[in-house]
Write a protein that binds this ligand. Structure first.
Ligand SMILES: NC(=O)c1ccc[n+]([C@@H]2O[C@H](COP(=O)([O-])OP(=O)(O)OC[C@H]3O[C@@H](n4cnc5c(N)ncnc54)[C@H](O)[C@@H]3O)[C@@H](O)[C@H]2O)c1
Length: 430
């Protein structure tokens, strides 16, 4: 269902009226291309060799003072005095950042042996999230914690590009490992890779399959047998194959492995269902079916595929959580539990999967995304869901798809165990 309010506030009378009434002012998000240069600022003494990485993004250095992207290297901020340099660096430029522009703050990991460093590096999170809430005009603000610049290249490219339009107020940790070489062609980073997407006949999963195929992957569109026709049509459009399979089948992992003798490079656990009821009214079958599709099947198939060696080294697993799993949601004890379970799975498995199989494990946590699922939500709850975030609008399936694709990139080997919200900085949860 189209967001009519967003269209209305895009007109002159709409803007006038909604401003007078003090209503939210969503800006149409730029998902095509960002025009404008890049401004590279520093706070504190830094050892990060960032310039070559930023130069490779192809974004020209900002010259006319209207940057589309600002990168503030605050990795060297170690005390309250140097924290003041964050203010000094951004205060004069933040107003000039173009609409739909990007602000990326770079921080260092918290030092357990230095509570002053830890205090001010943690302070960067409060700073980033607060600026995200006030910056407006479709601009995003994110914090990346990193130790070396080349390992963060895929992440910086993503956050500085239109692909991250609905990702704001996030803190993303990037490790030091550079497992996974930079692709020959950054436009086709998934060339030669096989990617399986569960629940890909429609909705977010279909968008993920399309985005991965657009970036060069050979996609396998998996969905329940009842959706086989849609899955086949989607696969044909994308030059991939369809796999009709209920992911809750006890042998789903073995059947996927058998269908893909060359193994998998990218495994996207997207299939998910809701069966909402308050706990007092929730029968065991509604609880059980949601936990089975959203969590148990993800655990089962991941275990089976890893044990069979069916996820190739350098592989990427991305599971789908939800802000309902982070913040909780009335009527969704089953769904919230299942999606929080995904977060636990990711955090626990990620280091082991990388060490033992050379595979990263991350999650995306969508907020309010415009799909058939959210179109069915009653009007007022739907409107609240759309507006209660820093961008004052719902995201699109492509926003989740682009975030998933970044995590699936061969060059994202240093991003592991992360839960990245695609929620426009929803007011729900941290
Ligand atoms: N739409 C949102 O706003 C939103 C928000 C947060 C999280 N999510 C999550 O994103 C994912 C996709 O959501 P969506 O809105 O596209 O949902 P959707 O209902 O439009 O699509 C889900 C797909 O999964 C398939 N599926 C369901 N059970 C399956 C099973 N047992 N085996 C194989 N396939 C199965 C369905 O047939 C369908 O094609 C889900 O995990 C959902 O929980 C969505």
């Amino acid at each position: 269902m189209a967001d009519r309010y967003l269209s209305f506030t895009g007109t002159a009378p709409g803007r006038f009226l909604t401003r007078r009434l003090g209503l939210p002012q969503p800006a149409a998000l730029e998902r095509g291309s960002l025009t404008g240069g890049l401004l590279h600022l520093t706070a504190g003494k830094t050892d990060l060799d960032l310039a070559p990485v930023l130069a490779r993004t192809g974004r020209p250095r900002d010259e006319d003072g209207r940057p589309a992207a600002v990168v503030l290297d605050a990795t060297g901020v170690r005390d309250v005095d140097s924290l003041a340099e964050v203010h000094a660096a951004l205060h004069p430029v933040v107003r000039s950042v173009a609409a739909s522009g990007r602000v990326v703050v770079l921080g260092a990991p918290l030092d357990p042996a230095d509570h002053h460093q830890a205090a001010v590096q943690q302070a960067l999170e409060g700073f980033t999230r607060s600026l995200g809430k006030e910056i407006g005009r479709g601009r995003t603000v994110n914090l990346v914690r990193l130790t070396d610049a080349p390992a963060a290249e895929s992440t910086l490219r993503f956050l500085l590009s239109p692909a991250s339009a609905y990702v704001t107020g996030q803190v993303i940790g990037v490790g030091a490992t550079t497992q996974g070489a930079a692709p020959d062609d950054w436009d086709l980073p998934l060339a030669g890779r096989t990617a399986l997407v569960t629940g890909a006949a429609r909705g977010i999963g279909a968008a993920v399959a399309e985005t991965l195929a657009g970036q060069g992957a050979q996609v396998v569109v998996l969905d329940v047998p009842q959706a086989e026709r849609e899955a086949r049509e989607a696969a044909e459009r994308l030059g991939g194959t369809a796999l009709a399979l209920d992911i809750t089948a006890a042998d789903a992992g073995e059947r996927i492995a058998a269908a893909l003798p060359g193994g998998l490079d990218v495994l996207i656990h997207n299939a998910g269902i809701t069966r909402d009821r308050r706990l007092v009214n929730m029968p065991a079958d509604r609880w059980g079916s949601v936990l089975d599709v959203n969590l148990a099947s993800v655990l089962r198939t991941t275990d089976a595929l890893l044990a069979a060696g069916a996820v190739n080294r350098g592989g990427r697993i991305v599971a789908t959580a939800s802000i309902a799993g982070l913040a909780g949601n009335a009527g969704q004890t089953n769904y919230g539990a299942s999606k929080a379970g995904i977060v636990g799975l990711v955090r626990s498995l990620a280091p082991r999967a990388l060490a033992e199989h050379g595979v990263t494990v991350n999650a995306v946590a969508p907020g309010f995304i415009e799909t058939k699922m959210t179109a069915a939500v009653p009007l007022f709850i739907r409107e609240a869901g759309r507006r209660m975030n820093s961008l004052a609008q719902g995201g699109l399936p492509v926003d989740v798809a682009e975030t998933t694709a970044w995590l699936a990139h061969p060059a994202s080997g240093a991003v592991n165990g992360q839960v990245v919200r695609v929620c426009g900085q929803s007011l729900l949860g941290a």
